[in-house]
Write a protein that binds this ligand. Structure first.
Ligand SMILES: C[S@@+](CC[C@H](N)C(=O)[O-])C[C@H]1O[C@@H](n2cnc3c(N)ncnc32)[C@H](O)[C@@H]1O
Length: 248
């Protein structure tokens, strides 16, 4: 198995929560399409620092387990709660017996996986018959719609290489044996971008800004600062795609 990581999440874990928080509305949307109770076992795959794992566990009676490849990310998750078991393992080597989970979700993880099909096959193995999977990601269109893509177009090209587009994810799911593969678009409520957005860009808090040339970065930062100083109202509303699938 190839577990080479393009981003060192043990390092990123020190600053991750400065730029990413959990999304209660997204968790609410996921839960609307699930049917869980106190006997349900749920896996948050690639749970990171546990932001969405904790929101999910708080919003349902199900038993939630988080798994991630990075010890650094899991250390942060463990500092936040002792109520959720956090397990270190790669997505394509889940340390669980077959057919035990009712539901698996992963938010902003698929583009990091070196072998997405093997991971999806392993998720299929650990799901109970009737269980479902929800992959939260961004389509290539949604990547183009990001505000960061407007100022740093090269960052969109970088991310479109990293992110499998939705049709490819659908193909992985079908090949792994899933049924009812169904992508749904989830639109963010437009958020006004302010000083904190500028600060994140200035510190290259978004990982794809490390992957563009210095020239492209400086040009984008200059244009972004000019847009702010002109008083232009910048909003973020790119949204996510939830790709649902069921194991029959
Ligand atoms: C962008 S973060 C998303 C974290 C979390 N799901 C969230 O929404 O905040 C991506 C996470 O995927 C994890 N990851 C990357 N490759 C992985 C792999 N092969 N197996 C399991 N987790 C992996 C990283 O360590 C990181 O925590």
């Amino acid at each position: 198995m190839n577990h080479e990581k393009t981003i060192d999440y043990d390092k990123v874990s020190r600053v991750y929560d400065n730029v990413r928080i959990g999304d209660p509305e997204m968790i609410h949307q996921i839960l609307r399409d699930t049917n869980l109770n106190q006997d349900s076992l749920v896996l948050d795959l690639g749970c990171g620092t546990g932001n969405n794992t904790i929101l999910f566990a708080e919003a349902t009676q199900a038993i939630v387990v988080g798994i991630d490849i990075s010890y650094g990310m899991l250390e942060k998750a463990n500092e936040k709660t002792k109520m959720i078991p956090f397990v270190q393992a790669p997505a394509d080597g889940l340390p669980f017996p077959e057919k035990i989970f009712h539901f698996v979700f992963m938010t902003e993880v698929i583009h990091h996986l070196p072998t997405p099909l093997s991971a999806i096959e392993d998720i299929f193995r650990v799901l109970k018959p009737g269980g479902s999977l929800c992959i939260v990601t961004q389509s290539h269109k949604q990547i183009d719609d990001r505000m960061t893509s407007r100022f740093f177009p090269a960052s969109a090209s970088v991310d479109k290489e990293r992110y499998p587009d939705i049709d490819m994810i659908e193909e992985f799911l079908n090949n792994a044996g899933f049924n009812g593969v169904n992508p749904k678009t989830y639109q963010f409520r437009p958020t006004k971008l302010g000083e904190d957005y500028l600060q994140t860009v200035e510190t290259r808090g978004y990982s794809m800004l490390h992957k563009i040339t210095q020239e492209d970065y400086e040009r984008g930062l200059r244009d972004l600062k000019m847009a702010f100083s002109r008083g232009e109202k910048l909003t973020y509303s790119a949204g996510y795609t939830f790709v649902w699938a069921t194991k029959i």
